[in-house]
Design a binder for this molecule. Structure first.
Ligand code: PLP
Length: 375
């Protein structure tokens, strides 16, 4: 199997540092081997740094970001609970659906695609419905919108509502402050700004969230994601007991990916994303293209950009892939067929990549005929 080389500048997965790939090819340890414990501890500690939390219950769920979303909601929600969810794109919509399937009565607070959820409207909905859980997407990957959370977190922290934050695309790309913002559960994915292959969902639970799970009167609908059962493996104090077979090689990769974040420094990494995101935004606007996320709330690591009306975006995207080896994502939902989603995540967030993409795009938009191969 020899996959072609690509530059991954879509909505994820992003390019992975070679050190992460090397780590994943190390010999296996048994998941109950005492020598594996330090790997789990290293991951928990690294995740606490990137989530900016002291939460003891911080780990990686053994599946992709959607499993993080499910783990957050199925553990906190009991049938009949009220849940408020902000919906301004695909992933807020999924959060609402997951909560519904867990038996919640869901109240959505909506905003147009490309706009933030108005914090005042969200806080108002929490005050009116007094939900058990309120959920928001921090970095809406379908629109490129960067949701402000601090004001909402402060308002919700004084209530019995637990705040769930989707940080799948935000973690290690823009600032995520779980403790300062009063977030009760935040989950993420490895394949975005952490630049680790897909397959794990970092997650963190506040003490009051863990307490809420322990006080449930109904069993968690998912056996696999039931936090109380998972803690038997994660909480080494009583000796680790088998729950499911931990994905050892993926966890080696995550431990190494987190090491790379710490080696660079979280602040430096966030600054790199901010600077290069701004460079990309400027470059796209200089090509006469329109950015679709509202000014002041644009993510550096995920940009939605409208293509000119007379351009077949799918054909252009295919040429970008085959002629330049660069992958970008198609627009979703409202933006489907007229926009691209450009990622600048983790290892792929480099000045070289910004300039390569802008040059390739300029060439393709000029409708330069594809050169015929001469060799
Ligand atoms: N939430 C957000 C904001 C995402 O961008 C994604 C994936 O792109 C997910 C959740 C789901 O993650 P996964 O595809 O890893 O299951």
């Amino acid at each position: 199997m020899f996959p072609p080389e690509r530059i991954l500048m879509g909505p994820g997965p992003s390019d992975v540092h070679p050190a992460v790939l090397r780590a994943q090819s190390q010999p296996l340890l048994g998941h109950l081997d005492p020598d594996f414990t330090p790997v789990l501890e290293q991951i928990a500690s690294g995740l606490r740094t990137v989530f900016r939390t002291g939460n003891p219950v911080t780990f990686a769920v053994s599946a992709t970001g959607m499993a993080g979303m499910e783990a957050a909601l199925v553990n906190l929600v009991e049938p009949g609970d009220d849940v408020v969810v902000g919906v301004n794109g695909v992933f807020g919509g999924r959060m609402a659906e997951v909560a519904r399937r867990a038996g919640a009565t869901v109240h959505t607070v909506e905003a147009d695609w490309g706009r933030i959820i108005d914090p005042a409207a969200f806080i108002d909905a929490v005050e009116r419905h007094r939900p058990r859980v309120a959920g928001l997407v921090h970095a809406e990957t379908s629109t490129g919108v960067h949701q402000p959370v601090a004001e909402i977190g402060t308002a919700v922290a004084d209530t019995d509502t637990l705040l769930v934050l989707d940080t799948v695309t935000s973690l290690a790309g823009v600032d995520v402050r779980v403790d300062d913002w009063g977030v009760d559960v935040a989950y993420s994915g490895t394949q975005k700004c952490l630049s680790v292959p897909p397959g794990l969902a970092p997650i963190t639970f506040s003490e009051r969230a863990v307490q809420r799970v322990r006080e449930r009167t109904t069993p968690v609908q998912s056996w696999y994601l039931d936090l109380t059962l998972l803690l038997g493996y994660l909480d080494g104090r009583g000796g680790r007991t088998y729950h499911h077979t931990a994905p050892i090689s993926s966890l080696y990769g995550l431990a190494t990916g987190l090491d790379l974040v710490l080696e660079e420094g979280l602040e430096a990494r966030l600054a790199r994303h901010a600077t290069l995101g701004a460079l990309l935004h400027e470059g796209l606007e200089a090509l006469g293209l329109e950015l679709l996320a509202e000014p002041g709330h644009r993510l550096p690591q995920l940009t939605t950009v409208a293509l000119p009306d007379d351009v077949d975006e799918a054909a252009l995207r295919a040429r970008l892939l085959t002629e330049h080896g660069i992958e970008v994502g198609a627009g979703l939902g409202t933006f489907a067929g007229r926009a691209w989603r450009i990622g600048l995540m983790g290892h792929a967030c480099s000045e070289r990549n910004v300039r390569l993409l802008l040059a390739a795009l300029e060439r393709l938009l000029d409708q330069a005929p594809a050169p015929t191969a001469t060799t």
